[in-house]
Structures are given as structure tokens and as C-alpha cells.
Write a protein that binds this ligand. Structure first.
Ligand SMILES: Nc1nc2c(c(=O)[nH]1)N[C@H]1C(S)=C(S)[C@@H](COP(=O)(O)OP(=O)(O)OC[C@H]3O[C@@H](n4cnc5c(=O)[nH]c(N)nc54)[C@H](O)[C@@H]3O)O[C@H]1N2
Ligand SMILES: Nc1nc2c(c(=O)[nH]1)N[C@H]1C(S)=C(S)[C@@H](COP(=O)(O)OP(=O)(O)OC[C@H]3O[C@@H](n4cnc5c(=O)[nH]c(N)nc54)[C@H](O)[C@@H]3O)O[C@H]1N2
Ligand code: SF4
Ligand SMILES: [Mo]
Length: 755
């Protein structure tokens, strides 16, 4: 008799980037056989990128940790959860007792925003811990955008999203959506969406120091000198006012600060700014005219405009331009989403500068401190010094500035615990690691990205596979850690208690909020309706049902988790809709077009002079995802990607040829890296991707080690920050480049300084 073969097809959204593609996952007897794009997904319609396929290798990767681990010296041992929690309890509690709660630092990495457990339960852990030393990847990423939104619209997640499917003119500044698959602009198949824009007669214009894949598709591409977008954007604004190209719309009654913005723009005529940014004055004026004359237009900026010295000013200026050209909150312009779950409805006051960092007195930003301050908070003695460290889904040793200082500081910690799936450059320093389940072993809903999506979408994915016997889900680990730092024992009843408390807290908050559809309702009736579920599913069910499309615990056809379970390909809730004024949560109830704290930074912009003749920027590759997917052979095949791009004119000037090894030096570090000469990068600019440098001792990722590359964040200086948000400058770092020897090393990139 033949063994029975169990073939299954599972539908789920890919959690690896912001695009939220639908996947069709084929399994036989608990093994993934292959993965395709889900053609019935109303959003992605079958599209997926090479990373989507790699979920198979990721799930089966032999180097993944699947059991709690404890380190003794350089050796790792598998232990029971009980033992691991006991060790953590000892480690964290002794630091808290001796040095207080601020002595425990926390770093939360990017995959948390792609994970229901992280989104829903990390806030609880952080509250229980009560430390001011909270850090995340957001301050090497999008915080400037969030802070501008917090000041302008009263909520950090009220970020206007390009209405890419209807716009007629799309100006992309410092973003490469064809490679990144879009960021703060969730939408699968960016290439398809951009081509559709061109097919309907629209124009795509890219401003970037690199002729990127997106720039190659564009109707126009203009090089810009790194770090000078503030001048460029202001001179666009100048032209709009100067040539009478601004438009007044119905939003005028909802706006404060227009005249102030106009006054500020006066100092930035294109004729003066052109030389600073490397675009000519007539090009700048033409772009301004085109934005204004298009039937609808959308100006969009991302990493290149955020992670630089004027990140917040840039993010604000982009919104100001969208507003003054009549493109804010209108179809084909930039619009606010109406997410099915998790949209903000109430406001308590700005989450900014409520406290400061200990060493360099940087203001708190949206509840956290800039990660550029992390190393100094660890290595500067005194009260409040970080002595214990928790990382959840983060690899700050590769992803944050001046990695060497951070690595050194981490070596002197009293205790460190990580929740992760690999022993990598960061977690190798931990005393205890808790294993995160693989994406296929957990449920999924894009709470974050449906708030940033080009259409309103709702899509829930149940786990494809059961976890191993006894393995905890990530939310359970987080709740146990919360219990443990909150002076309770990490037992199951503590987890249940905290889980119950967190849902009741949400319900209580909403029934008191007059903007909530369940305002004034009986909390008991709501809790009862949620019975039968727990953990993330109960939270999500609640959020969906009490959200704008929800059944509100009474309407038959409204949205609920059950309804999403019945629609495994997801539900399209339609195109974005105009949302002003209801979306505004500022104290004045208006759009604040000239927020004081941002306006104050314009003086710095006026006085800034960056004299370096060589500036370093970053880049991304379709087959990579920050630092952590380099252990998958399917993504790593092909030529070395961790190289320094230089323009041939710089090559000639520096006597460096294609394939040579160059020494790159900055104020804080020195690396060696193979050079690729290409006309795709502007003269005076070098580009190295981040997330490499896997050859550190103790890293247990065999494939990544073979593709070690070099860590570009050995060059980024933690003292260079956007003054408003504290975000690290990762683009526009002054460097010098010189030649060492010719020829490639065996494994591609090399480096001399090790950390
Ligand atoms: N394949 C892949 N996809 C990813 C990721 C990945 O690692 N790989 N990471 C994900 C993450 S976490 C994020 S945040 C997003 C990021 O998404 P994007 O922001 O779209 O991606 P980047 O490639 O960082 O694009 C930044 C662009 O800014 C340009 N640039 C650099 N400096 C400047 C400057 O001073 N001015 C201007 N105007 N441009 C500048 C760079 O040349 C680059 O083209 O991508 C996500 N998607
Ligand atoms: N120079 C330079 N530096 C940069 C950037 C740049 O453009 N240039 N980009 C910045 C940006 S945009 C970002 S977002 C950051 C990213 O910075 P980080 O978030 O610090 O780094 P990642 O590489 O995303 O590492 C994610 C970690 O989470 C683990 N992990 C993966 N999945 C899970 C999971 O489901 N659960 C748990 N618990 N762990 C998991 C991985 O093993 C890895 O350790 O890097 C930033 N750094
Ligand atoms: S584009 Fe992003 S969401 Fe889509 S398959 Fe690739 S990694 Fe996954
Ligand atoms: Mo990011």
C-alpha cells in the first residue's frame, strides 16, 4: 500500500517587505514544495518578487534556531523555555534592582512591523519594562516622515500616501520602489503600477544621485547631490509662489501657516540653489510647473530624503508642495488611508521631547530615543547607563551607525537577551536567545502596512504549519518577558492575565472615545462577542469589528476576522478616499503647515555647507532584505553585490579601475571594498549597500558567511543626525576613497578593521 500523501494549498500574504503580495503556498506532508503568486489576491493579482519564493528556504533553513539557547563563553546550548526564562529573570532583575529600569535598553528591529505579535504585544512589554531606553530601526529609517505627520496632522501614522494608481505626474525623490517594492506606499508590483501610470499618459520623474531601476523606467531622471533635497524642495516651492502656480482648494479653511511657508521659501530661488543641489535652475522650475499643471500629481520621498541631515525638513516640504499644488487629500494626489484595523482615532498630545537622552540630550521621538544614541548610552558611565539589553527582531550591529562603537559597548553589557531566528552579528552577543517561529508558522495581518497602502485592503493569513511541539509563539514569549520584568513569574496564567488585560484596556479606551464606532457601548457585551479567541487573533478580531468597516458587534455584513477567514485571498475595500478634516488630530483640528519645531530647523538648512567632494550613500537589491536574508542560497547566487559604486570620472581621478579594492574612510571608520565603475552614479558619490559584514566570529549563518561583504555602517557616524528627529545620516556621509591593490579577493569584498 502506498503512504498517503497530503497535498495542500495555503494562501497568505508575504511578510517580507511592505508590498503585501498574496502567495499561494503548496505543501506536501508538511514541506513546502513550491510558492507562486496568488492570482486571486485582489491587490497583488499573482505578482511576487524573488524574496517571496525564498520563504521556502527560510522556513527550512538549517541555521535557524528552533529552541531557546543559552551562551556560556563562546558555546551555545539548547535549553528548555523554563531554563531560558529563569536565566533572563536572573539577568534582567539583578540589573533592574541594582541600577533601575532605565538600565535595561531595548532595540526593536524592522521585522516587528511585519509581525502581528510584535505590533500587538511589544507595547505591552515596553510598558511593563518601563525603561526610557527604547530604540528601534525607525530612527535609521522613516521617523522623519512620521514626525512631520505628527506635527502637521496630529498623528504619526497619518502619512499621505501617493495615489499611484490614479496620479498623472509622479515625482519620486530618494526612493527606488522598483527595487524596494515601495515603502510608506504599500502596493504590490510597483513596476506594473508605474508602467500603468505611463500608459495612461502620466509622467514619472525621479530625482536621485543614482540612475536606479526606477529612474531607468522614468520619463525623466535628474541627479541630485546627496543631502541637498531641502534646497531642491524649497526652490520648487519658491517657483510655485514666484510664478503664481499654487492652487487654493477647499482645504484652505483647514490650514494654518501658509503665509509663513511662503515667507520661508523666499530665501531659496532656484537660480541660487541649482549649484548647491546639482540640478540646473530651469530644470527645477520645469518640475515645479509640471507638478502644478498636471491634472493631479503626487510628490513622494523615502529613504534618500529621510536618512539625511534634513530628514524631517524634507518630509515636511514634500507635504507642503503637495498641499500648495492642490494635491493633498485628492484623488491622484497624496491621500490618507482608511485602514480596516489599527487606524488612530484619538489624540493625547505630541509624542515628542517628553524626555531626553542622558548623554547627548536628544529629545524623545514618538516614545523612543534615536538609535544613534544607543552606543553612547551603553558605554558612557553614570546613572542610567544601559547595562542590560533586549533585542527583538533587530540586528543593530549591522544596521545602525558606527557599528564598531556599538559592538564594543555590547561586549561590556552585564546581560543581553534576544528574540530572533539566527545567531547573527548582534545576537551572538546575547546570553539567551528565544527562537522566533518562521513566517509560515504564525498568523499574519499587515496592521502597519494597510495604514500606508495605496488601496484599502484587508487580508488575514492563518499559519501554514503548526509550530513544533511545545514551541512558543512570539507573542507568548513577549508576554512572558513582560510578566518577568513586571515582577511576576512567567507562567501561563500570567500570560493569559496580561492578554486579557490588554484587550480589556483597548475596549475600555474605545467605548470612551466619541470617534469610535463602539462609543458608549457596554464593554461586557463586546468581550463576550470575542470569546473563543485569544492572543493576536482576538485583538485583530476586535480591531476589525470596531473599525470603520466592522460589524460593530451588531451589523451582519460588517468586517470581522471570521469574514476574513472566509475570504482567504483578502478583501479589497476600495481606492483611497478624501479624509480631511476627519483625519486631523492636531490640537487646532487643522493642518499645521508651518510647525514651529520644523520651521526652526530651516535656519540650519540655510547655514549648512557640506564641503566634502565625495559623499557615501546606500543602495538596495531586489534579492536582499536589510541584513538578515543573506543565508538563503536562492537569493545569494550570482555576483557579489556588496561593492562600492563609483562614477568612471572619479575612478580616473582616483586612479581606481573597475574591480580594484579601494579603501574608504570616514570620520569614524575605514573599510576595504571592491569597486564597480558605473555611469549610473553621479560623480562625487559612492554607494555601498548596508546589511553586510557577516564574517564576525561566532556568527552561525553559513551561507551569509560565504557572502560576507563589508559593513558600511562602520563608516556612518552616530554623531551625524537629523537635528529634529535624531535620525541617523546614512545618506550623504563625507568619505575619502583611495586605491589599495588590484584584483578581487576570493570572496569578493574584504575589510581590514574587524569588530
Ligand atoms: N529588495 C529590498 N527591498 C526592500 C529592502 C531591502 O533591503 N531590499 N528594505 C526595505 C526597507 S526596510 C525599506 S525602509 C525600504 C526603503 O525603500 P526605498 O527608500 O524605496 O529604497 P532605497 O533603495 O533605500 O532608496 C533610497 C534611494 O535614495 C537615493 N538617495 C541616497 N541619498 C539621497 C539623497 O540625498 N537625495 C536623494 N534624492 N536621493 C538619495 C538612493 O540612491 C536610493 O535610490 O525598502 C524595503 N524594501
Ligand atoms: N547604512 C545604512 N544602514 C541602514 C539602512 C540603509 O539604507 N543604509 N537602512 C535602514 C533601515 S530602512 C532599516 S529598516 C534597518 C533594519 O535594521 P534591523 O531591523 O536592525 O535589521 P534587519 O536586518 O532587518 O534584521 C532583522 C533581525 O530580525 C530577525 N528576524 C527576522 N524575522 C524575524 C521574526 O519574525 N521574529 C524575530 N523575533 N526576529 C526576526 C533577523 O534574524 C535579524 O536579526 O536598517 C537600517 N540601516
Ligand atoms: S515584493 Fe515584498 S511582499 Fe511581495 S513577494 Fe517580494 S518580498 Fe514578498
Ligand atoms: Mo526600513
Amino acid at each position: 500500500m502506498m503512504d498517503s500523501v497530503k497535498e495542500d494549498v495555503h494562501y497568505r500574504t508575504c511578510p517580507l517587505c511592505e508590498a503585501t503580495c498574496g502567495l499561494e503556498i503548496h505543501t506536501v506532508n508538511g514541506e513546502v514544495t513550491h510558492i507562486e503568486g496568488d492570482k486571486q489576491d485582489p491587490f497583488s493579482k499573482g505578482y511576487l518578487c524573488p524574496k517571496g519564493f525564498s520563504l521556502k528556504e527560510l522556513h527550512h533553513d538549517k541555521d535557524r534556531i528552533r529552541k531557546p539557547m543559552i551562551r556560556k563563553g563562546a558555546e551555545w546550548f539548547t535549553v528548555s523555555y523554563e531554563e531560558a526564562f529563569k536565566e533572563v529573570r536572573k539577568g534582567l532583575r539583578s540589573v533592574i534592582e541594582m541600577h533601575g529600569r532605565d538600565a535595561v535598553g531595548v532595540y526593536l528591529g524592522n521585522p516587528n512591523v511585519h509581525n502581528l505579535s510584535g505590533m500587538l504585544y511589544l507595547p505591552l512589554f515596553l510598558r511593563a519594562l518601563g525603561s526610557r531606553n527604547q530604540y528601534s530601526a525607525s530612527t535609521v529609517d522613516q521617523i522623519p516622515k512620521q514626525l512631520a505627520a505628527e506635527f502637521m496632522y496630529g498623528s504619526d501614522f497619518s502619512i499621505p500616501i501617493p495615489d499611484i494608481d490614479r496620479t498623472q505626474y509622479f515625482l519620486v525623490i530618494g526612493a527606488n520602489p522598483i527595487v524596494s517594492n515601495g515603502s510608506l506606499m504599500t502596493g504590490p508590483n510597483m513596476r506594473g503600477r508605474l508602467k500603468a501610470l505611463q500608459d495612461r499618459g502620466g509622467r514619472l520623474v525621479v530625482v536621485d544621485p543614482v540612475r536606479t531601476a526606477t529612474a531607468k523606467l522614468a520619463d525623466d531622471h535628474h541627479f541630485i547631490k546627496p543631502g541637498t533635497d531641502g534646497y531642491f524642495l524649497f526652490s520648487i516651492l519658491y517657483t510655485l509662489f514666484d510664478e503664481g502656480l499654487t492652487k487654493e482648494t477647499h482645504l484652505a479653511q483647514h490650514v494654518n501657516g501658509l503665509s509663513e511657508v511662503k515667507k520661508l521659501a523666499n530665501d531659496f530661488p532656484p537660480e541660487k540653489m541649482a549649484a548647491v543641489c546639482g540640478l540646473d535652475a530651469e530644470t527645477i522650475r520645469t518640475i515645479a510647473r509640471d507638478i502644478s499643471s498636471a491634472t493631479c500629481a503626487s510628490v513622494y520621498g523615502r529613504m534618500g530624503t529621510c536618512t539625511q541631515a534634513f530628514g524631517t525638513v524634507n518630509s515636511w516640504l514634500i507635504d507642503v508642495i503637495n498641499y500648495v499644488t492642490g494635491n493633498l487629500d485628492r484623488e491622484g494626489g497624496v491621500m490618507f488611508t482608511t485602514p480596516a484595523a489599527g487606524g488612530k482615532m484619538s489624540k493625547k498630545g505630541y509624542r515628542f521631547d517628553r524626555f531626553r537622552s542622558r548623554v547627548s540630550r536628544m529629545p524623545e521621538v514618538l516614545g523612543e530615543l534615536p538609535v544613534a544614541c544607543l552606543a553612547e548610552e551603553m558605554d558612557t558611565p553614570g546613572e542610567g547607563q544601559i547595562r542590560a539589553f533586549v533585542t527583538v527582531a533587530g540586528n543593530p550591529v549591522l544596521s545602525t551607525p558606527n557599528s564598531k562603537r556599538l559592538q564594543n559597548a555590547m561586549e561590556n553589557l552585564d546581560f543581553m537577551v534576544s528574540v530572533d531566528c539566527y545567531i547573527n552579528e548582534t545576537t551572538r552577543n546575547a546570553n539567551v536567545i528565544f527562537p522566533a517561529p518562521t513566517p509560515l508558522e504564525r498568523s499574519h495581518y499587515d496592521l502597519s502596512f494597510y495604514q500606508l497602502s495605496v488601496r484599502n485592503i484587508s487580508h488575514y493569513s492563518p499559519p501554514v504549519f503548526e509550530k513544533n511541539e511545545g514551541q512558543l509563539d512570539e507573542w507568548e514569549i513577549l508576554l512572558k518577558l513582560a510578566a518577568l520584568v513586571g515582577e511576576e513569574e512567567p507562567h501561563q496564567d500570567a500570560v493569559n492575565k496580561l492578554d486579557d488585560a490588554s484587550i480589556h484596556y483597548l475596549i475600555k479606551k474605545d467605548i470612551k472615545n466619541d470617534r469610535s464606532p463602539i462609543y458608549g457601548r457596554n464593554p461586557k457585551e463586546i468581550s463576550e462577542a470575542l470569546e473563543g479567541r485569544k492572543g493576536p487573533e482576538r485583538m485583530l478580531d476586535y480591531m476589525l469589528r470596531s473599525g470603520p468597516y466592522g460589524d460593530h458587534f451588531k451589523q451582519q455584513d460588517g468586517l470581522s476576522l471570521k469574514k476574513l477567514e472566509e475570504n482567504p485571498h483578502g478583501i479589497d475595500l476600495g481606492a483611497l478616499k478624501s479624509r480631511i478634516p476627519e483625519v486631523l488630530l492636531t490640537h487646532t483640528g487643522k493642518i499645521e503647515l508651518a510647525p514651529e519645531l520644523i520651521v526652526d530647523d530651516v535656519t540650519r538648512l540655510k547655514n549648512e555647507t557640506n564641503k566634502s567632494d565625495m559623499l557615501l550613500i546606500g543602495r538596495r537589491n531586489l534579492r536582499s532584505n536589510n541584513s538578515w536574508m543573506h543565508n538563503l542560497p536562492v537569493l545569494m547566487k550570482g555576483k557579489d553585490r556588496c561593492t562600492l559604486w563609483l562614477n568612471p570620472t572619479d575612478g580616473e581621478r582616483l586612479k581606481i579601475q573597475d574591480g580594484d579594492v579601494a579603501v574608504v574612510e570616514s570620520e569614524v571608520g575605514r573599510i576595504e571594498v571592491i569597486v564597480e565603475l558605473t555611469n549610473d552614479i553621479m560623480p562625487g558619490v559612492g554607494s555601498i549597500p548596508h546589511g553586510y559584514g557577516h564574517d564576525l566570529s561566532g556568527v552561525k549563518m553559513a551561507v551569509a558567511k560565504d557572502n560576507k561583504g563589508v559593513n558600511t555602517n562602520l563608516l556612518s557616524d552616530e554623531k551625524r543626525r537629523d537635528a529634529v528627529s535624531g535620525t541617523a545620516v546614512l545618506n550623504g556621509i563625507p568619505i575619502t576613497v583611495s586605491k589599495t591593490k588590484s584584483g578581487r579577493e576570493k570572496h569578493g569584498t574584504v575589510r581590514t578593521e574587524s569588530i
